[in-house]
Ligand binder design. Structure first.
Ligand code: GDP
Length: 323
């Protein structure tokens, strides 16, 4: 299954609604969309959480381009908004095949990835999925259970470690998470693993506490290995719409997020939130969560995503995409 098909399947709820709406609008106003049809188009795009600015831009483009091909215009605009920073490069995997380099690779291993986000967004599951993804590319991975605020989170990560065949560095419930991250990094260095993935707390007594804790963890990693963490991945729940956008803003301000993972897109008709967040914060979307299984984390690709968002609304349904 190529990336487009995976996105199409995962985004069925969003695209079914959006495509249905667009088809109806085009059918009602054949040839040239009239003013009422353009208003309806804007409303349909906003309902998919694409954001008012993006919706207006798409409608404006449709108007300007003489309303020739609504879907092509919409896809193009969305692709453009999603291109944040350079496209991921390619590297050669251990099996000799070419791989998309979605995450940065430190000059010297380990590459340290900090996963942050509020509770329930899918942070621990994403940590496990990411470990599975990296192992699939032939890398060695160590996991660190630094959400010491929740005993269940430590246990959950240990279970995922067993399933993915990754060792887990864990401390006691209530332990100092920055000290634990420091030790986990020491273990990653001495074991010469390729990636250290750090799961963190998503809730403390107050939000200010949480941000302070995250900053402390960041400093502690930097102290142990200058340049670490190499990636700060913010995990947001795509079903929470604009709430996800607010969270992203806060975490970004406090920590300098370098990449986004938007989860649970399989469960929402508002998958357009991916575009709204990327556009507003100018942070690249690195992965999408499209289900609860280990395989359900997909490296992001703007072209396939934009095509999948409108899949089913025209004959371009099987448009091939890079995988
Ligand atoms: P955390 O509190 O942020 O660590 O969240 P968890 O990793 O414990 O996930 C919370 C719930 O969301 C679990 O039931 C996961 O199975 C579920 N979940 C995580 N990612 C996805 C996803 O992409 N799709 C769906 N449908 N469920 C997900």
């Amino acid at each position: 299954m190529n990336l487009f098909q995976k996105f199409r399947d995962g985004l069925t709820k969003t695209s079914a609604r959006l495509a249905g709406e667009i088809k109806r609008i085009i059918a009602r106003s054949p040839g040239k969309l009239d003013a009422a049809a353009l208003d309806d188009l804007e409303a349909a795009l906003i309902a998919a959480d694409l954001g008012v600015d993006t919706a207006m831009r798409i409608v404006e483009q449709v108007r300007r381009s003489g309303h020739s091909d609504v879907l092509a215009v919409a896809r193009q605009e969305i692709e453009r908004e999603l291109f944040v920073g350079p496209a991921p490069g390619l590297s050669t995997g251990t099996d000799g095949t070419s791989q998309r380099l979605v995450l940065p690779r430190a000059a010297q291993p380990p590459t340290v990835v900090l996963l942050v986000g509020v509770n329930g967004t899918g942070k621990t599951t994403t940590t496990a999925k990411l470990a599975h993804f990296l192992k699939g590319q032939g890398h060695t991975v160590l996991l660190a259970a630094c959400d010491t605020f929740r005993a269940a989170a430590i246990e959950q990560l240990k279970i995922w470690g067993g399933r993915t065949g990754c060792e887990v560095v864990a401390g006691q419930y209530g332990a100092d998470s920055a000290a634990l991250a420091f030790d986990a990094l020491g273990a990653a260095i001495s074991r010469r693993v390729d990636y250290l993935l750090i799961d963190t707390a998503g809730r403390l007594h107050t939000k200010a506490n949480l941000m302070e804790e995250m900053k402390k963890m960041r400093r502690s990693l930097e102290k142990r290995l200058p340049g670490a963490p190499h990636e700060v991945l913010l995990v947001v729940d795509g079903t929470t719409g604009t709430n996800a956008l607010h969270q992203a803003r806060e975490f970004h301000q406090a920590l300098g997020v370098t990449g986004l993972v938007v989860t649970k897109l399989d469960g929402t008709a508002k998958g357009g939130i991916v575009v709204a967040i990327a556009r507003e914060l100018k942070i690249p979307v690195k992965f999408l969560g499209l289900g609860e299984q280990l395989d359900d984390l997909q490296p992001f690709d703007p072209q396939s995503f934009a095509a999948a968002l409108f899949a089913g609304a025209d004959a371009g349904e099987d448009r091939p995409a890079k995988s």
